[in-house]
Design a protein around this ligand. Structure first.
Ligand code: TYD
Ligand code: ZN
Length: 409
């Protein structure tokens, strides 16, 4: 396996075995033709990039039935409104600024900018989520962002004062094309800003379920900086974000355009000290991931053997890795509650657990609910107070398996 960034060999450190596509919720009829691939993750010792060892073609994952809509969480809507304010403040002060979003989904980030009249374009390959952005009045284009797409955008709209993205850049195997396109499109003082799950946080909390087909790369500042340098870009600022279990937001600019803030050097030092650039940390991560699997599967089987009813909450992409890695199925988890209409009535990938609306959960409280959307814990625990009031208990597994309220007994 060669590194997608620098072409040197990568060292696998964790294999989950055969896995389905994490967002491929399916009907009974589709079960026969379900797609599987080997999910394994490795580190490139040369450039520090953690990445998938086997990749799935983009068109299998990002299409006109893309299951994930960004606006399903109130917490994420607040987060993206603040992100939009930050972009407006740092990048859009000049006359008639133009902002481009790569992977705009339903317009959760671009929406607040567009509604204040900022010239903008949202690009996304998934027609269904993009239609939602268009309904919100956004200017959109259905495309995978690449160097070629960038050339067309430049002809039509000129260069961009801000190129923004969230949970998208780490999805694109041809990341060189994305960076080359962004470099080309940036105005001389423009910023390329994106935030992605942070490998330091994934390792620290053993968030093994962040690993799935769409997450081709697991960025650190060290690896992003190396990639940026190859494209004549500097990382000029970096800022942690408390979403999706811990992300880093990166600010890139043309070489020499802006002086880096002290945060950049501080985070690089921190990464060297924490070991996220060396294989030893990942081998330990893999061992901890195996222990979480054994403990969660063991706990659920024990509870089931005692006659407890168990459901899941949040049919996340992440849960696909966890559920299939643990070898769980409908006998262990009766259903998973989720607000997304397009997931409801379908089966989860691989394990084929039915997805039900939250109303079903409220009408059929289980004894235990596994919180698969653990990154939205506060929002969900607040809205489902009735569950614990009725004696229900939550099970979480990041960073360790816990039952709340109570202990593992
Ligand atoms: P998320 O964890 O954001 O991402 P991923 O799929 O990438 O792992 O997905 C959250 C899922 O949880 C999404 O399907 C919507 C669902 N959800 C609820 O059902 N209720 C809620 O209150 C929230 C916040 C999310
Ligand atoms: Zn590499």
């Amino acid at each position: 396996m060669a590194c997608l960034v620098c072409d040197r060999p990568i060292e696998p450190f964790l294999s989950f075995g055969r896995m389905p596509l994490a967002d491929a919720f399916l009907t009974e009829a589709e079960v026969e033709r379900e797609f599987f691939f080997t999910l394994a993750v490795g580190l490139c010792d040369s450039c520090g990039m953690v990445q998938l060892c086997e990749r799935v073609p983009d068109a299998c994952m990002f299409h006109d039935r893309y299951a994930y809509y960004s606006s399903t969480s109130a917490g994420m809507q607040r987060h993206f409104a603040a992100y939009a304010d930050e972009v407006r403040r740092r990048c859009l002060a000049g006359p008639d600024p133009f902002v481009l979003e790569i992977g705009c989904n339903d317009g959760i980030l671009l929406g607040p900018l567009a509604s204040s009249g900022v010239r903008h374009l949202g690009v996304d390959p998934a027609a269904n989520v993009l239609a939602e952005a268009a309904r919100r009045g956004l200017t959109v284009r259905q495309a995978f962002f690449s160097e070629q797409t960038a050339a067309g955008i430049e002809r039509e709209h000129g260069q961009a004062d801000a190129i923004v993205a969230a949970n998208v850049i780490c999805h694109v195997a041809d990341v060189h094309s994305v960076f080359a396109g962004a470099r080309r499109l940036l105005t001389p003082s423009g910023l390329f800003v994106f935030e992605e799950p942070y490998i330091g946080a994934i390792v620290e909390s053993t968030a093994l379920d962040q690993m799935y087909d769409e997450h081709v790369f697991y960025f650190s500042l060290s690896s992003v900086r190396h990639l940026a340098e190859r494209h004549g870009l500097d990382v000029v600022d970096v800022c942690p974000q408390p979403v999706h279990g811990g992300e880093l937001r990166y600010y890139l600019a043309r070489r020499g355009a802006h002086a880096p803030t002290p945060a950049v050097a501080a985070w690089l030092d921190r990464e060297r000290a924490s070991g996220v650039t060396s294989i030893a940390a990942y081998r330990q991560f893999a061992a901890r991931a195996g222990r979480i699997r054994d403990e969660l599967a063991g706990t659920l089987r024990r509870l089931a053997s005692e006659g407890r009813r168990i459901a899941g909450y949040g049919a996340t992409a992440k849960s696909s890795t966890l559920i299939n890695y643990c070898g769980l199925g409908p006998a262990d988890i009766a259903y998973i509650a989720d607000v997304t209409p397009g997931k409801q009535g379908k089966l989860t990938p691989g394990a084929h657990i039915p997805v039900r609306p939250p109303e079903h959960f409220r009408a059929h409280y289980p004894d235990y609910a596994v919180l698969f959307a653990w990154n939205h814990e506060q929002e969900i625990l607040d809205k489902e107070r009735g569950f614990t009031a009725a004696g229900g208990r939550w099970i979480t597994y990041v960073p360790t398996v816990r039952i709340r309220p109570g202990s593992l007994t």
